[in-house]
Design a protein around this ligand. Sequence first.
Ligand code: FES
Length: 279
Amino acid sequence: MTKLEQTAALDRVGDRLQRAVQATLRPQRVRDLLHGVFLGHPLHPAMVQVPVGAWISAAVVDLLPGQRRAATTLVALGTVSAVPAAVAGLNDWAELSRDQRRVGLVHAAANTVGLTLYAGSLAARLNGRHGVGRALAYLGLGAASAGAYLGGHLAYKQGAQVSQSVSELHRMSDGWQSVAELAGLPQRKLVTREVDDVSVILYRHGDEVTVMLERCPHQSGPLGEGEVQEIDGHACVVCPWHGSAFRLNGGEVVHGPSATDQQILPTRIVDGTLQTRLP
Ligand code: FES
């Protein structure tokens, strides 16, 4: 798997596919929908439950006598539902780091082989060739299982589409901690500070101050170097790396590729000093 992460030969295909995906999946609200911004979690892992469940169920039903119709229905459900799941996955993949994209490319290739075999299985079953349909489905399950293994590596080892910011909280100690003098904070500008050794951004609006983790949940980009933009009437910080936007008054994600909100920390003012603590 480490060798696969380092296989630069995959980049020729990967870079072309990335450009094609980014040019095709527009506008931004379509990309946000496919990332799962509306859910607050990535959409692709949720969507793949349908084809995986249907295909595994078909593999079991295929072992039972007199269940051809049920098996054909399950194969059809899995095959049709795999298409939007794949589109959501490609949308996430196009915003990953290079090492993640290499593994993701092979993940997508294995699943494409699986999907093609299942489409062949469905066609064979609909033409009454159930033995061929069953064989193609088991081959398809093997390819999709290899794809699922690579997907697990992407998520659990490489951290693709997993929040990169919230684990920062584990390095903060309990209790209120002073971060800045309120009088010294400029209005409506991002200021970066450290709490213990965790980087946070401060954003003052009037006498209220937002304290937000600085590390972007998507790929750890420095939100402190991002721009403040008004989006849908709310001041938002836009990540300088891939453009995820988070509301500065609550941390909600407004635009992907991040599908998760950014963590806001509680605040209080004591004798003119801004303090913050763990949520
Ligand atoms: S690191 Fe990718 S959007 Fe912030």
